[in-house]
Structure formats: structure tokens, C-alpha cells
Design a protein around this ligand. Sequence first.
Ligand code: 5MM
Length: 335
Amino acid sequence: MSELNNIALKILEKGKGVLAADESTATMTKRLDSVNVQSTPQNRLLFRETLFSASSMTDCIGGVILFDETIKQISSKKNKIPELISKMGSIPGIKVDTGAKVLASSPDEKITEGLDGLRERLSEYYKLGAKFTKWRGVYSISKEYPSKLSIQANAHALARYSALVQECNMVPIVEPEVLMDGEHSANECYQKTSEVIKKCFEELILHKIDLSGIILKPNMILPGNKSKDKISNEEVAKLTLKCLESSVPSEVPGVAFLSGGQSEIEATENLNLINKYNNTKFIMSYSYGRALQQSALKFWGQNIQNLDGTQKIFNHRAKMNTLAAQGKWSKDLEV
Ligand code: 5MM
């Protein structure tokens, strides 16, 4: 077993998943504004270190994706953030893309940037303690999108990123996110997501990536958030599994879904059903941002001194998702 495969399996062992706490400052500011907390480096740190010191970090959270600001911060108890995460029994990771920008020649679409100088940044993050990384490509669905150009360009960037990350002995999380925004049906999401993922693997293979040392972070197969098409959670799970079974090479050890705007319960319920029906050899877990943090953030916004209460809410969500990653969750555990 390669060292990278070991790290990937460790992150996802025993139903553990990933806490995506890698919101850029602009996104984190939106999140904090929504709960009326001022977005300062200290407040961003306080909320995040509260989560990173919660007990579920040991039992449920196999890895944390950090943002550049956070990986360099020192906690109120004088721990470097990656050290705090490691002490809790989890693995620190880092988002290394520099964001999705307008794609020249197809200005309604996005291309993720950040390859220039990436080798040097990776070696700095490695020294700071990161063992894995993340890069997110974003695709929207409409009649003409995602275009062949955006599918090709983002896959190419994800592959070049992955090659540099593995060269630096870290595990790349490969995140092609087909957005939920729009009126499209679940079937259209299935078709487009399959095309996107297949192209990513075509490029990853071309760039000689060790597929046993990556984690795929895809969206689930869902109808658009403005769609008339409504499907059951069972259908979401079955379509998602069908899509991944036919587009992900068998060497890949695991999949960690993004939540993509689903409610906390929906993201947990769908993950649970995916695991109930999973006949593939892939581990199916979570790498949630909003679906792990939303309730905790809302509570903290109203009770900024109550760190125990904030952790309690976060611990519950982490526990529910870790049960779901083993197909052991049920609705009555939510009360
Ligand atoms: C946590 O949000 C991440 C960073 O977003 P920005 O760079 O736009 O600030 C994002 O990449 C996240 O890791 C994934 O989209 C999954 O998060 P959700 O909330 O969809 O589970």
C-alpha cells in the first residue's frame, strides 16, 4: 500500500469524513454576516478553533480542509492550528486553488486558477503540516453548459494540480462540483456529472496520477434547486451510485461528497441511503462545509461566549454524518 493510499484511507476510516472549513475570506464573511458577527481574523479563528477542538474531531472527522489564513493562525491556547487538528486525532489539509474565475471564450462559465507558483506553495503547506489538499472546479448546468471547453479546461487543471500535490507527497482531493443551481432535472445532472467525472479521470490518467492516492469529492445527483422534477432520496442515492460506478476507476479508494446547498438533514439522509445501497468497493463518506457547520454557526452567532453549546451542535452533526457514512443513521436519532 502506498503512503498516499494510507493517508486517504486514514481520512475516511470507520465512517470518518472531512470538515470543509476552507471558505475563502469573502465566503466566510458572507457566512458571518448572516449571523451578525463581524468578519475579523480573530472571529474567523474563534469559530473555527471551537470546531477543531470539539470531541467529534477524534471520532468522526478524519480530515479538515483549511484556508491559507487559518493554517497560519495560532489558537487561543497557543497551538498552531495544524498541530491542534493533529492532536485531536484528525489530519490537516489545505485548499490550494485560488478561486474560480471567468473562463475566457465562455464568459458565463468558470475556470479554477492557482497553478502558477503552486509547487512552491505546496512545499510551504507541507512544512506547516498539511497531508492533503483540495482544488475545486465548478460547472453550471443549462441547455448549453457545461461546455466541452469548461469540462476539458477544468479537468486539465485538476490533473495538473493533482500531479504537483502527489509530487509533494500529499493526497489531492479532486472536487469537480456540478452546481445544483437551475431548473435542470436529476437526469440532466446525471448526464453532465458523468461527463465531467469521466473527463477528469481521463486527464488524471494522462498526468500519471496514482489513483489509489486521491479522494474524489463530487456532488450527489440531484434535480436543480429550481426544477419541477422532484425525486425521492432513494432515487438520489441510486442515481449517484450508478453515476460513480460507471465513471470512477476502481483504484480510487474513496469518495467524499460535498453538500452543495442541501439542508443538513437532507445531506445526511442521502449519504445514509448511498451507503445502504452501495455495492461498489468505494468508501462513500462526506466532505461537508455548510451541512456540518450551519446549525453550529447559527447558535454561535447568538451565543458567542457559549463554545460548549456550539461544539455540542457540531458534534451531533458530525456524529450523524459518520453514522450515515456507514448506513447506520435513522431520522429518530435527530431529536
Ligand atoms: C467550504 O466552502 C469551500 C470553499 O468555498 P470558496 O472557495 O467559494 O470560499 C468549498 O470549496 C467547499 O469545500 C465545497 O464546495 C463543499 O462545501 P459544501 O458547503 O457544498 O458542503
